[in-house]
Design a protein around this ligand. Structure first.
Ligand SMILES: Nc1nc2c(c(=O)[nH]1)N[C@H]1C(S)=C(S)[C@@H](COP(=O)(O)O)O[C@H]1N2
Ligand SMILES: [Mo]
Length: 164
């Protein structure tokens, strides 16, 4: 598989069962776990810090978000990314804070899917804890004007017990 063919399914509508994550830029990419593994993986230590002060530091392995965006030809006007979870949670992060972020699938050497109720996670040194989305299923590039507030694109349902 190459960057040009990865995730480009001829019939995404009938082939959704295996899809772990969708990335939307100028094109639409549906990635399975095998696709994620075929992209270059990196391992980085990151600390997830909650607004309450609680912190978790771990070593995360996954695909750098810039590499995923490169696969969909990230539109030049992108200012933010919307990170949507399969639990309905949705965070919006500035593109600059996504530069060092990953879609992780492994934490401290263990598959997330085997130790958590979710299999994917956004982590990065500049991603606040509440925007470190668990079970990330979709990444959308967005271009916000100076008068648009990113918070309006978010649904941070912090009291939702499913993944929170
Ligand atoms: N999908 C989803 N992701 C989520 C949340 C959530 O409720 N749903 N809670 C967030 C908040 S507020 C924090 S602080 C971190 C907590 O991550 P941890 O449980 O790994 O410490 O996950 C974030 N990611
Ligand atoms: Mo939090």
């Amino acid at each position: 598989m190459t960057r040009d063919t990865i995730g480009r399914r001829t019939n995404p509508a009938t082939d959704t069962d295996d899809i772990d994550i969708v990335v939307l830029g100028s094109e639409h990419l549906s990635l399975t776990r095998a696709d994620l593994d075929a992209l270059s993986n990196v391992t980085r230590e990151c600390t997830v810090t909650c607004a309450s002060g609680e912190r978790t530091t771990a070593t995360w392995t996954g695909v750098p978000i810039p590499d995923l965006l490169a696969c969909v030809t990230d539109p030049a006007a992108t200012t933010h990314l919307r990170l949507l979870s399969d639990d309905g949670y949705c965070a919006c992060v500035g593109i600059v804070s996504a530069v060092d972020a990953l879609v992780a699938v492994v934490r401290d050497g263990e598959e997330l899917a085997t130790v958590e109720r979710y299999g994917t996670r956004v982590v990065g040194p500049d991603i606040d804890g509440e925007r470190s989305v668990k079970g990330v299923a979709r990444i959308e590039t967005v271009a916000l004007g100076a008068d648009q507030v990113p918070d309006e694109l978010e649904t941070l349902s912090l009291d939702d017990p499913r993944y929170g």
